[in-house]
Design a protein around this ligand. Structure first.
Ligand code: NAP
Length: 286
C-alpha cells in the first residue's frame, strides 16, 4: 500500500499563531483608546453562512476584537441592508464591515458591496480595494487569497519562477489569488469551467490551487509529483460532512505538500479577516 508522501500544511495551527501574533497590536491600539470593531451582516438562513459568521465572531472575540452581528431575514429589502451599511460606515466604533455572501438572490450583491466604505472593507471586495490589489499596492487583501499566501509562505513553498495553476476565477478567491501569486513572480494559469484540457494543465503545476467548489474533482492524476496542493473548496456532502475539491487520500500520495479540508484554508480565511480588521483600525487612527 502506498502511503501519504505529502507534508500536511496545518491551517488550524497557523491560524491560531496568526491570531496570537495580532494581540500585541490590539493591546497597542487599546493603549491609544481604540478597540478594533467588526460588524458582520448576514441575510437569510443559509446554515453554512451562519456557521461561517459565528466562527468569524468567535475568532474576533478571542483576539480582543469587538464584534457585532446584524441579522436579516431572507426576504429583507435591499434598502434596509443599504441603510444598515450606511449606519455602520458612519459608526466610529466599527472599523470593519463584512457582508456574508451569498446574499439572497433578489438582492444586488454588487450594489451592497459597493455601499461599504472602502476604508472599512475588510473583505477587500470593494472595487477600490480590488483596484489597489491589481496595481500591486493593496489596502485590504481578500481574506481567502491572503490566507492561502500565508500558508504557502509558512510551508516554505517556492513561488518565484514556478508555475501556479488556480482552478476557479471568482472575484473573491480565484482572481485575487492569481494576482497575488503573479506579484510573487509565479507564472500563473487561471482555469475555469470552460477550460480545455484542465487535467493536463493541472499536472504542470508546481502549485495547484483548487477553488471550484466541486467535491474531489482533483484526483492524483491531476497532480505533478512533489507539487503543492492547496484545497480551497468547501462543499457540504449528502452526509453533512465538508468536502474539499481535492481527493485528499489519493493526491497526498503524489503531492509534496497538501492542505486538509477542514483545517486548511478555512481557519486562515477567518484569521486574515481579524488581521484586516486590526489593520483597518490602525489606518483609521494613523
Ligand atoms: P464560485 O464563485 O462558485 O466560483 C467557482 C469557480 O470555479 C468559477 O470560476 C467556475 O468557473 C470554476 N469551476 C466550477 N466548476 C469547475 C470545473 N468543473 N472545472 C474548472 N473550473 C470550475 O466559488 P468561490 O466563491 O470562488 O468558491 C470556490 C470554493 O471555495 C467553494 O467551494 C467555496 O465554498 C470555497 N470557499 C472556501 C473558503 C474558505 O475559507 N475555505 C472561502 C471562500 C470560498 P466559471 O467561472 O467558468 O463558472
Amino acid at each position: 500500500m502506498q502511503h501519504m508522501t505529502a507534508r500536511l500544511i496545518d491551517g488550524k495551527a497557523l491560524a491560531a499563531e496568526v491570531r496570537a501574533a495580532l494581540r500585541p497590536a490590539v493591546t497597542a491600539l487599546a493603549a491609544r483608546g481604540a478597540q478594533p470593531g467588526l460588524a458582520a451582516i448576514v441575510a437569510g438562513d443559509d446554515p453554512a453562512s451562519r456557521v461561517y459568521v459565528r466562527n468569524k465572531v468567535r475568532a474576533c472575540e478571542e483576539t480582543g476584537v469587538r464584534s457585532e452581528l446584524h441579522e436579516f431575514p431572507a426576504d429583507v429589502a435591499e434598502r434596509a441592508l443599504l441603510e444598515c451599511v450606511a449606519g455602520l460606515n458612519r459608526d466610529p466604533a466599527v472599523h470593519g464591515i463584512l457582508v456574508q455572501l451569498p446574499l439572497p438572490a433578489h438582492l444586488d450583491t454588487e450594489r451592497v458591496l459597493a455601499a461599504v466604505s472602502p476604508a472599512k472593507d475588510v473583505d477587500g471586495f470593494h472595487v477600490e480595494n480590488l483596484g489597489a490589489l491589481l496595481r500591486g499596492a493593496p489596502r485590504f487583501v481578500p481574506c481567502t487569497p491572503a490566507g492561502v499566501l500565508r500558508l504557502l509562505d509558512h510551508a516554505g513553498v517556492p513561488l518565484a519562477g514556478r508555475h501556479a495553476v488556480v482552478i476557479g476565477r471568482s472575484n473573491i478567491v480565484g482572481k485575487p489569488l492569481a494576482l497575488l501569486l503573479l506579484q510573487r513572480d509565479a507564472t500563473v494559469t487561471i482555469c475555469h469551467s470552460k477550460t480545455a484540457r484542465l487535467a493536463e494543465l493541472a499536472r504542470q503545476a508546481d502549485v495547484l490551487v483548487a477553488a471550484a467548489g466541486r467535491p474531489r474533482m482533483v484526483g492524483a492524476e491531476m497532480v505533478k509529483p512533489g507539487a503543492c496542493v492547496i484545497d480551497v473548496g468547501t462543499s457540504r456532502t449528502a452526509d453533512g460532512k465538508l468536502s474539499g475539491d481535492v481527493d485528499f487520500a489519493a493526491a497526498s500520495k503524489v503531492a509534496g505538500w497538501i492542505t486538509p479540508v477542514p483545517g486548511g484554508v478555512g481557519p486562515m480565511t477567518v484569521a486574515m479577516l481579524v488581521a484586516n480588521t486590526v489593520r483597518a483600525t490602525e489606518l483609521s487612527i494613523a
